[in-house]
Write a protein that binds this ligand. Structure first.
Ligand code: SF4
Length: 493
């Protein structure tokens, strides 16, 4: 049997980092971990190929080769997903679709087999039925599986050189209940983790592929199960130390990470270098409205600063469009982002994702307008906000234009480098700026052809004077800032 695993294309978003990856000669940020995991569940004697449409085209020859075509997608990939499914149907191929999009929004996709829920509980059942000649149209996971059943992802199937970072997963689920969040609807509110041994075996597998550099632990909240994470980190420190720190880790966590200095210290020692936090807003009434009480226990600026002092750059999500947002929300967000020294601030419009608490409330209030595009930065709204829509969108664009102007952005990077100053630089050379060729490409684009080149050289001089040890990080962040600025220009046009 020949199985073609296809990962549909993402539209250009802040998360794609397209304009920054170009400098590094990479095509995408991360490989499709879900498909690599499902590949490891296939019978050993089945042939398999992966086409990640974010790094290569899906050709007629690929489809002609396959007996089965297997796709996984998120909401934001739905247009590309539909296109591929229809193409497969035209060719008479058997199509299997799973992943978060069909799990939350099982609609009219003309696929032969739909997988709702996590693959550990649905895919083996399909394989058994397929063997018996009685495969069903829909497989629905009866519960959230323990992750002990999750195999080591088939990393070797991916063209590793095309990616800027590798991904692994330690946990699924989050104990909090943010109203707009679909993670807790998909993965539940009881965080499930892999065992220490399981995660380390995955890291071994990645190490054996020859990969060195960034590894994204893709958990939506890495510290969702703090007890287990406390048990994991010493093992991770030892594993990394024994191999001379081959990986730098990035992950996502809830803001209460700042309350646990022991955890922060262990993460620093293990080589965590960036943490994404869901800050959302500095307005307490809006946080309460979003059921995000965990962000109101201590000062948010203080929490960010504490994490940065453990050598971790903070990246964060921000949202405007809550019912309780005051008139000056835009200025307050800009001021907060400036003060927090968060270079990569992902600001989005509030979006009602399918099957979330927010979706259900807005449906009751008759305020839903359309299904979300899955991209909360494309300046479109899918519900009727309290604030006048035009005012909200204009204010939102003002935030983007301000925070991603070169002057504001480089200032935040410098402030961030100041806060992580005492910590050692990344143990390996950051991939993006780690080669002379990549640096020259960045310097040429940002320092010669860019209209804001004066700010770039000013920033570079300051970095050499004050933060020489973090030079590669500074240049990497400069390239990422360029990506944000380019996309902001496109969004605001
Ligand atoms: S903390 Fe993050 S993952 Fe957890 S419920 Fe809130 S938004 Fe979702």
């Amino acid at each position: 049997m020949k199985v073609l695993l296809v990962y549909p294309e993402f539209p250009d978003t802040y998360w794609s980092f397209k304009h920054a990856l170009r400098f590094e000669g990479k095509r995408a940020a991360f490989p499709p971990l879900g498909l690599l995991t499902v590949s490891a569940m296939l019978p050993a004697d089945w042939e398999r190929r992966l086409v990640d449409m974010n790094i290569e085209s899906l050709t007629e020859a690929d489809l002609d080769w396959a007996d089965l075509v297997l796709l996984s997608a998120m909401l934001v990939q739905k247009d590309s997903l539909r296109e591929v499914v229809e193409k497969c149907r035209d060719k008479g191929k058997r199509v299997l679709v799973g992943g978060p999009y069909v799990s939350t929004t099982c609609d009219d996709l003309p696929a032969d087999h739909i997988f709702i829920g996590e693959a550990e509980q649905t895919f083996p059942e399909f394989l058994r039925d397929f063997e018996l000649g009685i495969p069903q149209p829909v497989y629905r996971a009866p519960e959230k599986p323990q992750l002990s059943a999750t195999p080591v992802p088939d990393f070797k199937l991916a063209k590793l050189d095309a990616y800027s970072a590798m991904s692994v997963q330690y946990s699924r689920g989050c104990p909090f209940q943010c109203e707009f969040c679909d993670i807790i609807e998909i993965y539940g509110r009881v965080p499930r983790t892999k065992s220490n041994a399981q995660l380390l075996v995955e890291l071994d597998a990645l190490y054996e592929t020859g990969w060195r550099g960034l590894v994204f632990i893709v958990d939506d909240n890495f510290i969702g199960n703090k007890r287990n994470v406390r048990g994991l980190l010493p093992a991770l420190v030892e594993w990394s130390g024994n191999r001379d720190f081959p990986f730098s880790f990035i992950t996502e966590a809830s803001v209460n990470l700042a309350e646990d200095e022991h955890l922060l210290e262990m993460m620093r020692q293990a080589g965590f270098r960036r943490v994404f936090l869901g800050i959302e807003t500095p307005v307490e009434e809006s946080l309460r409205e979003a059921h995000k009480g965990q962000n109101t226990h201590r000062g948010l600026l203080e929490s960010v600063s504490r994490i940065q002092h453990y050598g971790m750059e903070v990246m964060a999500g921000f949202i405007v469009g809550f019912d309780h947002d005051p008139d000056d929300i835009f200025e307050r967000q800009i001021e907060f982002i400036r003060e927090s020294a968060i270079p990569l601030a992902m600001v989005g419009l509030l979006t009602a994702l399918p099957d979330t608490q927010l979706w259900r409330r807005l449906e009751r209030e008759d305020r839903l307008v359309r299904e979300s595009s899955g991209n909360n930065t494309d300046c479109s709204l899918n519900f009727v906000p309290q604030m006048d829509s035009n005012r909200l969108i204009e204010g939102y664009k003002r935030i983007l234009r301000t925070i991603y102007s070169s002057k504001e952005y480089y200032r935040r990077v410098s402030d961030c480098l100041e806060r992580i100053k005492q910590n050692p630089p990344e143990p390996h050379r950051a991939a993006l700026a780690g080669s002379v060729a990549a640096f020259l490409r960045i310097a040429l684009r940002l320092g010669v052809f860019d209209r804001e080149r004066a700010e770039f050289w000013k920033f570079l001089r300051h970095t050499i004077r004050e933060h020489r040890r973090h030079f590669t990080k500074a240049v990497t962040l400069a390239a990422m800032g360029y990506h944000f600025r380019r996309l902001t220009e496109e969004y605001c046009r």
